[in-house]
Ligand binder design. Structure first.
Ligand code: F0G
Length: 344
């Protein structure tokens, strides 16, 4: 039978209310791509779970099908979220699909072009906040408490239910859980969902390496970061709502949460692209973390199965690339000019 989306495939394993109405864009079912060259380099069996291939280009669609389906089932008319960009685009798409009004709050000037364009294209009301993601989230929590508007950030438990399915898919593809799972950590919903998913699916448990950007690393520093800053704007978050749960996931899995620099993130992004997988900066944090740990001899991944969760597509944030390369050469439209370049 053709694929019919996450709730159809895994709904029996998700704690969703009976009132839900299935709103799907056929999210999930993303490929687990083997990376032979990187595997050789790190002496392990490396895979990318390419979540950038979801309908709106990020893993958020997994949680959004669940959260919007629940909201529609109880006749909500408006949904709201705070976002560094991907949640906004995803909420906008699923709300559009369901015929709901969507309001998305984003930090002014700090959202990548592909995400902002997505949220606008799907018809959300996009509001820029003169503050951080954390400020925006505080606001939407208050709105959700005081009005019938449904909040679809990952504090919403149905988001976590939907996002668990990525762990199920990895186990289905590998036949078991990997030895290590490396992923970026921002508001800490995804790491929480993966850990819950692996525990529930009972195909073994990975060790979890959560990776924050050094300028936005509250879970590594052990305190809130008032002014988070990183080139990986998706994870530019100083006060993660599921911080405690993510630390618990790292602890229970015998893994850890570490921080990497923006330079390390960008170089991991280039490395993934050099083997054909272009991800947005935040999504390269898992590989950056793996590299940092192996460089210090702390990564015991030899001959192990390692899954890098690449949460968003590179096309979400094109300016990171175009600004760091020289503009492509311009030549006259003739053979001599072209062969001159080729033979240089
Ligand atoms: N990677 C990407 C591409 C993201 O967009 C996010 C979060 C994360 C990783 C971190 O996931 O928050 O569950 O720890 N983006 C949110 C947003 C905050 O608004 O789109 P997390």
């Amino acid at each position: 039978m053709t694929y019919q989306g996450l709730i159809h495939r895994y709904g029996h394993l998700l704690d969703l209310p009976v009132h839900k109405k299935n709103i799907s864009l056929l999210e999930g079912n993303t490929p687990l791509i083997s990376m032979p060259r990187l595997s050789r380099e790190f002496g392990c069996e490396l895979f990318v779970k390419f979540e950038g291939l979801n309908p709106t280009g990020s893993f958020k669609d997994r949680g959004m099908t669940a959260a919007i389906s629940e909201a529609v089932g109880r006749h909500v008319e408006t949904v709201i979220c705070a976002s560094t960009g991907n949640t906004a685009a995803s909420a906008a798409a699923y709300a559009a699909r369901a015929g709901l009004r969507a309001m998305v709050l984003i930090p002014e000037g700090k959202v990548a072009a592909g995400k902002l364009a997505g949220a606008m294209a799907y018809g959300a009301e996009v509001i820029q906040i003169q503050g951080s993601f954390d400020d925006a989230l505080t606001l939407v929590v208050e709105i959700a408490e005081k009005t019938p508007i449904a909040m679809v950030n990952s504090i919403n438990p149905f988001r976590i239910e939907g996002q668990k399915t990525a762990a199920f898919e990895i186990c289905d593809d590998l036949g078991c859980a990997p030895d290590w799972l490396c992923l970026p950590v921002g508001n800490a919903g995804n790491i929480t969902a993966y850990w819950a998913g692996f525990k529930q699916y009972q195909k073994g448990l990975p060790r979890v390496l959560g990776v924050q950007a050094a300028g936005a690393a509250p879970l590594v520093l052990g305190h809130v970061v008032e002014k988070p800053e990183t080139i990986a704007t998706a994870i530019r978050i100083g006060k993660p709502v599921r911080g405690e749960q993510s630390l618990e996931a790292a602890r229970q899995s015998n893994g850890k949460i570490i921080a990497v620099s923006d330079e390390e993130i960008l170089s991991a992004q280039r490395l993934l692209a050099s083997e054909g997988v272009w991800v947005e900066p935040a999504s390269a944090a898992g590989l950056a973390g793996l590299i940092a740990e192996s460089g210090q001899g702390k990564f015991e991944a030899r001959d192990k199965k390692v899954v890098l969760v690449c949460t968003g597509h590179g096309m979400k944030d094109p300016s990171i690339i175009t600004e760091s390369f020289r503009s492509p050469k311009i030549i006259p439209a003739n053979y001599e000019a072209l062969i001159g370049l080729i033979e240089k």
